[in-house]
Design a protein around this ligand. Sequence first.
Ligand SMILES: [Zn+2]
Length: 831
Amino acid sequence: MSIRRICSLIGAACFFCACFLPAAQAADAIGSGAKAFAQLGQELPTPNAYRTASGAPGHAYWQQRADYRIDARLDAEARRIDAKARISYQNNSPDALRYLWMQLDQNRFRADSLDQRSRTTSSDRVTYRNLREHQAVSPNTLGYTGLSFTLDSGEALPFVVVDTMARVDLPKPLQPGEAVTFDITWGFNIVQRDTVRSRGGYEQFDESDTQIFFLAQWFPRLVVYSDYEGWHNKAFLGSGEFTLEFGDYDVSLTVPDNHVISSTGALQNADEVLSPAQRQRLASAGTDKPVFIVTPEEALANEKTGASGERTWRFVAENVRDFAWASSSKFIWDAMVHEQPGAKYDRVLAMSFYPNEAEPVWSKYSTHAVAHTMDVYSRFSFDYPYPTAQSVNTWEGGGMEYPMITFNGYRPDPPRAKEDDPEAAESRAEAQRAYSRRIKYGLIGVVIHEVGHIYFPMTVNSDERQWTWMDEGLNTFLEYVAELEWEEDFPAFRRISDSLVQETNVLDMIPEYMTSPNQVPVMTQSDSVLRLGPNAYSKPAAALTVLRETVMGRELFDFAFREYAQRWKFKRPTPADFFRTMEDASGVDLDWFWRAWFYTTDHVDIAIADVRAYRLKRNDPDFDYPLDREEHARDNPVPINIERNRAAGIVPRESRFEDLKDLYSDNDRYTVTNKDRNDAAKAYDKLEPWEQEVFAKAIEEDSIFYFVDFDNLGGVPTPLLLHISYEDGSTRDLELPAEIWRRDAMAVTHRLIESKPIASISVDDRHQTADADYSNNRFPPRIHESRLAVYKAKTKKRNLMADLLHELRDSGKVDGDEDDRAVPLDAADGR
Ligand SMILES: [Zn+2]
């Protein structure tokens, strides 16, 4: 019997014999449950006509609208954009607006920007990155130039630039229901790839002196004016992203004529910019596999021949909150069709754009990952709402989303061969073929993530600058769902490599963060979050995974989550709208969950502190007293001094002098007398008839009463998923809901009535609650067995595919030419 001890117990009156907490702890415990389970009253805004208490848009919900017609020219030589636009701004608010605010994100790269001037450092040191950024920013040649705002009447509008924003003063207030149309001009020098941490810019390929241009946050955009914040005036500091107004875009992009463009929207003039063969390939795209529109060979030719002039590509996008594009002479382009019968766009083009340097992984995985994302995300939300979904290869570590277009890093590892190596070319080709596990899964993961953002927040338009978690958290959660549907052991979390530990379960990964010092709650403004990755990405993803798989169950969770997505697509939700909708649609009170996971830095750590087992006393002194005597003897061993007296040969005086003996000498307090028997009978007679009946039945059943003490060491209330093993080898699972913590959130005792002896009890064996310490989840505890490698400071890096290819080649099983392209995408057949 491994349960700690067995006692007996009399009737139902003394059920509360659990150990008592020390006084200070007891004082903390009082009210802890009430606090943990208090409704989110003050934390959430008061419902109103725009946003209801149920979490849905209210009857008076409104949002502004901004339509853009843009003409832009990319000067690839000068790395510069010059552009003009006509903007039509529709005031749907009930308020008259005397001025408009515009976002000027490129101004963040100015030496005197709020971002640059508010940098802090944690130690006295300077890195190469610091130096590079300083050198890029200090000439002050970045940021917007040539800004002008003009009414369509020709009247110039005065404006004031405030860091990354500009206030544009209107000649007369824009009344509710009115629209204003105005023209703007602007230009800027494009920042070189992450010299300054940026989401766009250009990447330079020195060997071929070619570039890929990523144009994001590249035009003055309307600041959001909302019912809950008025103008969202908050400078761009780099971390907090954006929130924007929806509108239609008609954009003409003039670029060198050897460039290919990937862009938000649908291409309007394919006949002017694509060859007949390319147009035919685009039309032939199907649902099986990607086809090349621009082949690797054509991309190489574009890159080598250079530009002979310019060409204008025109794209139209309906109901988008932003517009981004990429342009390069290096782009390979492939496409496949994602079908969604009955949707507004029933045949969506999933497409990828990448240089030859990105092969062979990109043609193999990118577009399939785009299509897979739509398969999974649409099930959880709504049909993909646009005609195209694109993945563009950007520099290492990149990953950024815009409507219909995403910029994604990951290319095969750079060749390791030295320049003077005679076999350099072959080694380089081999190194590129032998992409690492990190590149493969990194690529698939980032494409799913960024394309997922086209749903959240590009369609469900939450405010990224205030709440990173609302898009990153929800999106990371769905990315995780999609990754496990791509491959069961997808290394979804942590660093991915052949030599490092991989985590497939987010709930095993997140406790490390949730138990770390220097945390802030998930409900923290984006620019003030410490450790954005775990705070705004994986912790909310873990929380939603716990909600779906453990607290609510899939049926209720999926219905409520989809309801949230449906209610707020093309609208502007706040955290309260999400919290309220998830409760409203599921019928599950989740305030305690939001409070613990989103408003505190507590973590999950449940311990089984103690288990006590009892059988009922029979109210029969002849049966009960001898057992009492046995128990007392067991729990009170003979004092050591008596044992030592015996060993020393000391015979007690009472034993040496017969005369000293009396009745007490032969009878202890467990001796049964007739009075005891009569008293027991009288006590039984005094019981109510129903009490006698209940008692008789209980004695007959001879159940075992277990009192299990649970400690909540981490602070987050959580359901207790018990696995009970019996001495006869059988088992049973039992789920105690989180509401068990509603009175005392720190320590509770639960009573189990069992018909057979328990051997052990454990909690959360399947790791589905994010428990930080499993060593205290089992009673009785168990010695943990594993193996140790003798410690050595450095482990060698592995690239499994490189090693395997090497071995196969050495053994003659692969002939170099045959394996030249791991991807069987064949340009020649014109797919
Ligand atoms: Zn993201």
